[in-house]
Design a protein around this ligand. Sequence first.
Ligand code: IMP
Ligand code: MG
Length: 178
Amino acid sequence: MRNDIEKILISEDEISRKTKEIGRQISKEYKGKEVLVVGILKGSSVFMSDLIREIDIPLQIDYMVVSSYGTSTQSSGVVRIEKDLQHSIEGKHIIIVEDIVDTGLTLAYIKKILTGRNPSSIKICTLLDKPARREKNVDIDYAGFEVPDEFIVGYGIDYAEYYRNLPFIGALKRSVYE
Ligand code: IMP
Ligand code: MG
């Protein structure tokens, strides 16, 4: 598994420090508010489980599963909801947690759908931001790290469903997916 990694881009330590920082910021900004943290499965699952334990205010969590049509390394922008939220989000303060924003198409779609359900507010938190291939502008409120235009895996992020269990963020060798 580790032999397929070209280089480690972000270490476990760096991830942990950044997660604490974002958690502290969210705890401060959402004090006294009704917060629902929405994770986009499966990529955000590892980050989200660490992040919520760094948030020191009452909150609820829920998950969505979306699939975007396209090839394994390229998203098409056509998104389908495979699993929706369990409860109404009306009047709640939503924080969407994503693993990586690439073209921005997936998040733009999710944000539009959720905005239509009358929450009090919606913010976006992503562990990684890959601005090089952005097609749709999305406002990212909390971002962990900017990454270069390479294929990223680890810490929840997959290639063909593998590598999610790597504890760091790495760039996958081109030979693995080309
Ligand atoms: P977007 O719609 O292009 O912004 O892509 C969103 C989704 O594509 C992310 O949530 C990831 O699941 C996946 N994705 C984008 N870039 C990468 C990558 O470098 N490695 C693995 N998955 C990626
Ligand atoms: Mg994802």
